[in-house]
Write a protein that binds this ligand. Structure first.
Ligand code: CMC
Length: 393
């Protein structure tokens, strides 16, 4: 095996240097470009965070206005996207539709594909930030069989997204400002998380000099997995199942601890956070605020809190340093806002878009970037002769 290091899951291998996001998993710290996540969630906006992640500094008012208008005027999708979306089965998972849609951006917007042309890349970034929410809304509408609305660019990006998702053609749709702000905060919390599975996928594909759209569609594929972005939906399915079967939360936790059928407490544990996930604290607060504002009492919130309480006092979870992660409570908020479970991971993807763009940009400008090409330790057959059919048993 020579000089090859065996490191499944890249537990100890840094593939890059990065100045975007700082995480201290033992201390439960997350910062974008040096700014604590708590401060950004409180004071910043989604597009300001997107600017910060991409450019390294908070924008001045003029820079922000410019950036926001560059994004917000690009929410419209080429009309032919409609037939693309119409072609998918109605029960298609919206993440699969999104991945196909983002991939198709390279066919519609061929004037911004050159990875080494900064103006083109900037244009692609605006297009992604603007059009992905539209696509997400369309993925949902198609599944419902509802008409696709056109974006109304007098609205902010997030208001527009909510209207495209929940509005109807002849009705005025006014989003609740508390819901808009809560969604904005959730998107900020998801905006980047250094070299996670999907960001690594984006970088790996980009390292072959594939264009930004194609690289990001790979990230969406990675994010769809239940061990990554799919966890927020998996949490909701878990809570629903416990409720529907009338299971005692303690019995369920025993099954988790005994690893029966390999079940895990979804929304718990993290590769990097071994103390607590700072995002989870903020999410819990948002959950309380949104449910109160909307006057919703969701028994799943009580169940989730019960499971958390059991876990935090149980040796199995304490010894393995398993705490609630960002996804433990997000689903309850998304449900209260009216999103079906299948859309949860799509919302994560909208949130993560600024991070993927920033990671891809950093990769493409880094003179030390090499094509991502892991090694292996071969465990197969040694050399042998091709056997003719009649000699095989
Ligand atoms: N429930 C029960 N046991 C768990 C859990 C869990 N959620 N997570 C880890 N463990 C156990 C695991 O069985 C193992 O036990 P043992 O030492 O007895 O074999 C030990 O803890 C270490 O687990 P691991 O799989 O080696 O840890 P990892 O760092 O490879 O995995 C993880 C991290 C997030 C994939 C994992 O904790 C997990 O599957 N969690 C549930 C899914 C989830 O919530 N994912 C969202 C992550 S945050 C958002 C995102 O990244 O998208």
């Amino acid at each position: 095996t020579g000089d090859v290091t065996y490191d499944p899951g890249f537990m100890n291998t840094a593939n890059t240097k990065s100045s975007i996001t700082y995480i201290d998993g033992d201390e439960g710290i997350l910062r974008y470009r040096g700014y604590p996540i708590e401060q950004l969630a409180e004071h910043s906006s989604y597009l300001e965070v997107a600017y910060l992640l991409a450019n390294g500094e908070l924008p001045t008012q003029g820079q922000l206005d410019n950036f926001v208008s560059s994004v917000e005027r690009r929410t419209l999708l080429d009309e032919r996207f409609k037939s693309l979306f119409d072609g998918f089965p109605r029960d298609a998972h919206p993440m699969a539709v999104m991945q196909a849609g983002v991939s198709a951006l390279s066919t519609f917007y061929q004037d911004s594909l050159d990875p080494f042309d900064e103006d083109q890349v900037r244009l692609s970034s605006y297009r992604l930030l603007a059009k992905v929410p539209t696509m997400a809304a369309y993925a949902y509408r198609v599944s419902k069989g509802h008409a696709l609305l056109y974006p109304d660019n007098r609205l902010s990006l997030i208001e527009n997204f909510l209207r495209l998702t929940f509005g109807f053609p002849v009705e005025e749709y006014i989003a609740d400002p508390v819901v808009v702000r809560a969604l904005e905060q959730l998107l900020i919390l998801h905006a980047d998380h250094e070299q996670n599975c999907s960001a690594s996928a984006v970088r790996l594909v980009g390292s072959a000099q594939a264009n930004l759209f194609t690289s990001i569609s790979a990230g969406i594929g990675a994010l769809s997995g239940p061990a990554h972005g799919g966890a927020n939906a998996a949490v909701m399915e878990m809570l629903d199942e416990i409720n529907e079967r009338g299971m005692d939360p303690r019995d369920f936790m025993e099954r988790v601890k005994n690893k029966e059928d390999g079940i895990r407490l979804m929304g718990f544990g993290h590769r990097v956070y071994k103390n607590y996930d700072p995002r989870a604290k903020i999410v819990k607060k948002i959950a309380d605020d949104v449910l109160e504002r909307l006057g919703i009492q969701d028994e799943r919130l009580d169940l989730a809190m019960k499971l958390e309480e059991i876990a935090l006092n149980d040796d199995y979870f304490v010894e393995r340093k398993l705490y609630p992660n960002v996804d433990f409570y997000t689903g309850i908020i998304y449900k209260a806002m009216g999103f079906p479970t299948q859309m949860f991971t799509v919302l994560f993807a909208i949130g993560r878009m600024p991070g993927w763009i920033a990671q891809w940009n950093e990769m493409i400008h880094d003179p030390e970037t090499k094509i991502g090409r892991p090694r292996q330790i071969y465990t197969g057959q040694p050399l042998r002769e091709y056997a003719p059919m009649q000699a095989r048993t």
